[in-house]
Design a protein around this ligand. Structure first.
Ligand SMILES: [Zn+2]
Length: 230
């Protein structure tokens, strides 16, 4: 897949250096924040977000690179997420837990379908905890059914059905917990139920996912343990 290639970057310029040079950026951001006074912090935040989105200075990527060691790169259709430069343009402070009501291979196939309109960053296999990464954490994947949550979160599907607890294996819980511990570590996200949520807890979203059998106490404890061991 070529859509992540860095062909848009002109030769000879450092990949992180914005077009027009850093001086112009400092002037633009500093000047606007200064003029806005008390609202400066929020204004600065907004400005830098727009800057990263439109400056052409996308975060460099390597095709096939994954954010979680051991994950298998199985890219989603580019119609099911949008490229971003998180956490520079959008801060990441939530992890959203899903259950797809489908098997692992079907879930991957659906997320590779451009007509589906949704994908998570990761899918975890029930049998052995194997993890596929479908979108980079840099990018905004359409998984939460809520724009603000999509922009601020990493989404993870767990093979299975909400009413079939046999899919919730030790391997699935433990592998997912290690994945989430790494995400929390990368972005400074607290390991608690305010920041690690079910899809059913996303505001304005009516979903069962991940379902009544998902053992939150056990899961959070596993994430804490994995975070401590990291
Ligand atoms: Zn869901």
């Amino acid at each position: 897949m070529g859509e992540h290639s860095a062909g848009g970057h002109s030769a000879g310029r450092g990949p992180r250096e914005p077009r027009g040079g850093p001086g112009r950026r400092a002037l633009l951001v500093g000047g606007a924040a200064g003029a806005l006074g008390v609202g400066g912090f929020a204004a600065r935040d907004t400005l830098s977000r727009w800057w990263w989105r439109y400056s052409g200075s996308e975060t460099p990527r390597v095709e096939g690179e994954v954010d979680h060691a051991g994950a298998e790169w199985v890219p989603a259709s580019s119609a099911n997420y949008r490229q971003a430069s998180r956490p520079r343009d959008y801060g990441i402070d939530r992890v959203v837990i899903h259950m797809p009501e489908a098997t692992y291979p079907i879930t991957l196939r659906v997320f590779q379908d451009p007509g589906h309109g949704a994908a998570t960053h990761y899918v975890v296999r029930s049998e052995d905890g194997h993890i596929a990464q479908l979108a980079r954490e840099l990018d905004v994947a359409y998984h939460a059914g809520h724009q603000g949550f999509n922009e601020r979160s990493v989404g993870i599907e767990h093979e299975g059905w909400a009413d079939r607890p046999e899919y919730l294996t030790d391997a699935l819980y433990e592998s997912s917990a290690r994945l989430v511990a790494g995400i929390c570590d990368r972005y400074g996200i607290p390991v608690d139920r305010e920041h690690i949520v079910g899809h059913n807890e996303v505001p304005d979203v009516v979903r069962v996912c991940p379902g009544p059998h998902w053992d939150w106490d056990r899961y959070i404890e596993l994430v804490r343990r994995a975070a401590g061991a990291a």
